[in-house]
Ligand binder design. Structure first.
Ligand code: SF4
Length: 188
């Protein structure tokens, strides 16, 4: 075997560390057994999409007992070929973070408290507010009498989690209501 200086340093370094730990009285057998037990053992692989930008990198979520235990880039996704940037690489932490909001929260006008609401309640509330704002502010003509059919009091920001087709449907719905101010998260 051709032992280069780099290989020599690596082998002797690892060997020295192991000897030092055992000499200090650490029992290495349980640690070695644990290292052999992969944390993704028995987990199901589910392909999902990183929500942080429009590249939409696929990642593999390892799911066991309904819980994501690990994530990694999907080598089968042709755009990124398994690579994830720093944001996508933290997917597992984000999914399992105790800071993550899992249910709709509503803060009433002038209130300093967030209330937990159902999705049905929240969607009804959003639809009501959008319809009321649209009806109250819709302008059929401008100051010169030209037909404009627009609402300038609503702004829509699209999500990079949406596909081109979903963006197209939302865009058409907004235009139908007369909304003219809109942008997309992926462009910012
Ligand atoms: S991993 Fe990075 S580049 Fe890929 S979709 Fe997520 S944020 Fe975008």
């Amino acid at each position: 075997m051709d032992v280069t200086r780099r290989v020599f340093m690596k082998v002797t370094g690892a060997g020295a560390a192991t000897i030092a730990l055992s000499q200090l009285g650490f029992a290495l057998a349980p640690a070695n057994a644990y290292a052999k037990e992969l944390k993704i053992k028995g987990a199901k692989e589910v392909i999902s999409i990183c929500p942080f930008c429009s590249v939409c990198c696929h990642y593999i979520a390892h799911v066991r007992d309904g819980k994501v235990v690990s994530t990694e880039g999907d080598p089968g996704y042709p755009v990124s070929e398994g690579a994830l940037c720093a944001k996508g690489a933290t997917m597992n932490s984000m999914i399992n973070s105790h800071h993550r909001v899992l249910k709709p929260k509503y803060r009433a006008p002038y209130s300093d408290k967030w209330e937990e609401k159902s999705w049905e309640w929240m969607l009804e509330k959003l639809a009501r507010n959008i319809k009321d704002t649209r009806d109250k502010n819709f302008k059929a003509t401008n100051e010169s009498g030209q037909v404009v059919n627009r609402v300038e009091e609503i702004f829509h920001l699209g999500s990079s989690q949406m596909s081109n087709e979903e963006c197209s449907v939302v865009h058409q719905a907004l235009r139908a209501m007369g909304v003219v101010h809109m942008d997309h998260q992926a462009r910012i």
